[in-house]
Design a protein around this ligand. Structure first.
Ligand code: PEP
Ligand code: MG
Length: 892
């Protein structure tokens, strides 16, 4: 019989996959002797069983009963007992945290009888009725699927009838009346009454949590965060403790360090007389944790001690949910806390300084995605008027049009508008809008509100609790002191670090970290912040431990220069077609239109000096670092006008009786001749070199002459010539012959002592090339995987169309969670890489292996390339720092 239920005292923090993050950490805290209410976890195995079989595992019911019995023993109360009932919470908890995405039901076990027992035991009829109405509300909405607003409206109505300003103003009688109304709502909407049997309540709540794994918002969240849909959630059943019992009761959340800066300090929010959800829901404005010391000093001291124990144990920033019941502290949750990107770097190096972790471990605590965030621009400094101030909940500079609901944000973002989602507070259904918005602004809720927590997790700029703003979604306007300050569609700017809100569009400038990475700010410059010093330190560690080199894809001397400043150790791909564009287009057109060899040679001769100058510039910019220059790759029609446009133009001209110039006719004929149904599978790459005499020869000559020129000036260039789109070794051999001939001519022409050290290699970007890599390696000194084309040709997905096309449906249907053009498909395309690397190295042990497709800058792909033993990755200059960091992390 499988075990689907684990009591807290049996698990550990290392069992997240099975127990979920919450369950594993509750178990860990129990083992550490911290005050955790007794409870148990139903494993993710059970959730997966339900997903696959559509019903609970048969043994689950008995196991839950036994575990509940065990909880009852520990706490001395029985489930369903009329005198002194045990109540439980039922909470979701997946292996990877999905804040606010799934369901929770509190106070399970209350019914018309046990509510009396609870009143007697607690000495508070009001408290018992309040707990019961919360159960009815949560059970009704979560388990029975009744619209949450139905309950809210009913509550509101009673509040109005009784003249109560808020829930606290409702007495026991009023709450009892609400209980009655809620029961009627449930019976009416559900067709049967609220289940009085606590066991049925428990069963229903557990099933609802399992089902919430596949709720639309949870699916959206997992797609956004690239979380596997198969993982499933665990369910935690925990004895209730009550933060709403009396005025010596409270509930709150805390961090062991400031999650924005990593600094030690007291950081968190709490509410007196409230239950857990009230704090994160952002509905009531919370109090700062420091005040807890005055309100409940003993519990506060114990909380501080507990936080020290947790930091010491996890050696990291932890976040905590706690409840104080009549002065006694209970821990309801902890986990290694979500943090901003800046805090991740600061905390990692602070922990090294404190001796808690070593530098290598510190490197594992940060990521390339976080570094990318730190490179985002910030608002330019300058005097400006602040419209309002909230809390800086998730840093960044966001500018966008004010929009009051998520659906509109999504629709407008799809039309290309940049929007800010502006809400009083967000709720889990706002996820889609938060993802589509540039930033999120709320007028209520603290740094631990839903908006803040989710935005931080997503790396989305967020200002929350800007209380002076009166957000009115019905009127679609924001007012301050009764005056309209922004209507829907008006532009606002929000600073997620300072919490400032500005009217209009504020200009942005490079972030400090970007300035540092681009070489414009030294880490030891007195102006550099602690963050820059942390980044510098961890980049140093990454550079020290990494095995793979990082090169850049750069086509011009200016790009090459920038890449070098960012730490590129060479150029892995210079696309020569980019040098063919602009004013050179005319010369390329001449080449394409050439009617005979003489005309063609003339055109090539005109292109030669321009190409040579470009290459010399690139080589000079890179000094003695390798520079891989790829011969012309794209189909030639890309240099000519579009067939349809041109045909229409000529037809119109003819119709108007205008004379058509012979040149125009020639161009049209060439365009028609070169037109292909599938140009990406047509005349391009090595095929161009083999069919247009002299084209590759001219490019090779330009490269070699540039090499000699730079060497003659005292430089030490390392040139690599790369042939694209090779599928057969015969193609490569034919081109190599041409290269050899040109090399001989160039060397002979240069006179004595002229020496060329050029290496010749090929791209592997067709499945056939990968499979035949063994023989191709006989004719190549290096391979560079063109993973863009290799993905296109392996999947048969058009790289130019697919991301705007059916990928959306594929993602929605869970067929793909990531675009294989962004993150390498390690199973399919990756298998071809593995084969090519093995076969290539088997025939040529000195073969250099690199990647120059977009995946060269993608963190997950980089880890895979490391595991294949590749020598380098090459990516756009801007991603070089991220690649350096991830190449380092890949070795740990
Ligand atoms: C590739 O195909 O991965 C590649 C780098 O070449 P391009 O993107 O220029 O086709
Ligand atoms: Mg390619």
């Amino acid at each position: 019989m499988s075990t689907f239920v684990h009591p807290f005292r049996e698990g550990s923090k290392d069992q997240k996959d099975l127990l979920g993050g919450k369950g594993a950490n509750l178990a860990e805290m129990t083992r550490l002797g911290l005050p955790v209410p007794p409870g148990f976890t139903i494993t993710t195995d059970a959730c997966r069983y339900v997903m696959h079989h559509g019903q609970n595992p048969p043994e689950l019911a008995d196991q839950v009963t036994a575990a509940l019995e065990d909880v009852a023993q520990q706490i001395g109360r029985r489930f369903g007992d009329r005198e002194d009932p045990l109540l439980v919470s039922v909470r979701s908890g997946a292996a990877i945290s999905m804040p606010g995405m799934m369901e929770t039901v509190l106070n399970v076990g209350l019914n018309d009888e046990t509510v009396q027992g609870l009143a007697a035991q607690s000495g508070s009829e009001r408290f018992a009725q309040d707990s019961y109405r919360r159960l009815l509300q949560m059970y009704g909405a979560t388990v029975l699927g009744i619209e949450a607003s139905t309950f809210e409206e009913s509550l509101e109505a009673v509040r109005e009838e009784r003249g109560a300003a808020d829930d606290a103003g409702l007495d026991a009688g009023a709450l009892e009346e609400i209980v009655g109304r809620y029961k009627q709502i449930i019976e009416r909407e559900n067709g049967s009454p609220f289940p009085q049997d606590p066991r049925e309540q428990l069963r229903g709540s557990i099933s609802a949590v399992f089902e919430s794994w596949n709720a639309p918002r949870a699916v959206i969240y997992r797609n956004a965060e690239h979380i596997d849909h198969e993982l499933g959630t665990a369910v935690n059943v925990v004895a209730m403790v009550f933060g709403n019992l009396d005025e010596r009761s409270a509930t709150g959340v805390a961090f062991t360090r400031d999650p924005s800066t990593g600094e030690h300090g007291i950081y968190g929010d709490f509410l007196v007389g409230a239950q857990g959800e009230d704090v994160v829901a952002g509905i009531r404005n919370t109090r700062s944790l420091e005040e807890l010391g005055e309100v409940l000093p003993d519990a506060y001291q114990e909380l501080l001690r507990t936080m020290d124990v947790l930091e010491e144990h996890y050696r990291d920033l932890c976040d905590i949910e706690f409840t104080i019941e009549s002065g006694k502290l209970w821990m309801l949750q902890t986990r290694v806390g979500k943090r901003t990107a800046a805090a991740a770097f600061l905390i990692a190096t602070t922990l090294v300084d404190e001796g808690a972790i070593d530098e290598r471990e510190a490197l594992t605590r940060v990521s390339g995605a976080q570094l990318t965030r730190l490179m985002f621009p910030r608002f330019a400094s300058g005097e400006r008027e602040v419209l309002a101030r909230g809390m800086g909940a998730s840093p960044g500079a966001a500018v966008g049009e004010v929009v009051f609901d998520s659906e509109t944000v999504i629709a407008r973002a799809q039309e290309g508008h940049e929007c800010l989602l502006v809400r009083r507070e967000t709720n889990p259904d706002d996820l889609g809008g938060m993802l589509a918005a540039e930033g999120v602004l709320t007028s209520r809720g603290g740094k631990t509100s839903h908006a803040a927590v989710v935005a931080r997790g997503l790396g989305k700029t967020c200002v929350c609790g800007a209380e002076s703003l009166d957000v009115d979604p019905k009127a679609r306007e924001i007012r301050m002191n009764g005056e309209v300050v922004a209507r829907e569609g008006d532009v606002l700017s929000i600073d997620g670090a300072t919490g400032e809100v500005f009217a209009g569009r504020i200009p942005v400038e490079p972030s400090e970290v970007a300035q540092y990475l681009e070489g414009d700010l030294a880490a030891d410059d007195p102006r550099a912040s602690a963050l820059v010093r942390s980044v510098d330190r961890l980049m140093g560690v990454a550079d020290e431990v990494r095995r793979m080199q990082v090169r850049a894809n750069a086509d011009t001397a200016a790009d090459a220069q920038r890449a070098r400043q960012m730490g590129a150790q060479g150029i892995g791909l210079a696309r020569t077609e980019h040098i063919f564009l602009g004013e050179r287009r005319a010369q390329v057109e001449k080449l394409i239109l050439a009617g005979d060899p003489a005309e063609r040679e003339e055109a090539l001769a005109e292109l030669l000096p321009a190409q040579r100058a470009d290459f010399a510039g690139l080589l000079r910019a890179m000094g003695d670092l390798p520079v891989t220059i790829r011969l012309l790759d794209p189909p030639l029609h890309e240099f000519l006008p579009d067939l349809t446009d041109l045909s229409v133009r000529i037809a119109r001209a003819e119709e108007a009786g205008r004379r058509i110039e012979p040149h125009e006719r020639k161009v049209l004929a060439a365009v028609e001749r070169l037109h292909e149904q599938n140009p990406m599978l047509g005349l391009r790459g090595v095929r161009l070199g083999l069919t247009i005499p002299g084209l590759f020869g001219m490019q090779v000559r330009a490269i070699l002459e540039a090499e000699l020129e730079v060497r003659a000036d005292g430089g030490d260039p390392h040139v690599e010539i790369m042939i694209p789109l090779v599928g057969s070794v015969r193609e490569l051999r034919a081109i190599r012959h041409e290269i050899d001939d040109v090399t001989e001519e160039v060397t002979a022409g240069a006179g004595d002592g002229a020496e060329l050290t050029t290496r010749i290699g090929t791209m592997i970007e067709l499945p056939r090339a990968a499979l035949r890599a063994g023989e191709i390696a006989e004719a190549a000194e290096f391979f560079s995987f063109g993973t863009n084309d290799l993905t296109q040709t392996t999947w048969g997905f058009s790289r130019d169309d697919v991301e705007a096309g059916f990928f959306f449906t594929y993602k929605e249907r869970g067929i793909l969670s990531d675009s294989p053009f962004e993150s390498l498909d390690q199973y399919g395309v990756g298998e071809l890489l593995r084969i090519a690397a093995e076969r290539g190295r088997a025939t040529n042990p000195d073969l250099t292996l690199g990647v120059c497709g977009e995946h060269g800058g993608d963190p997950a792909s980089i880890h895979f390339f490391h595991s294949l033993g590749l020598d380098y990755v090459s990516c756009s200059p801007f991603r070089v720092p991220v690649a350096r960091l991830e190449c380092g992390r890949a070795t740990l």
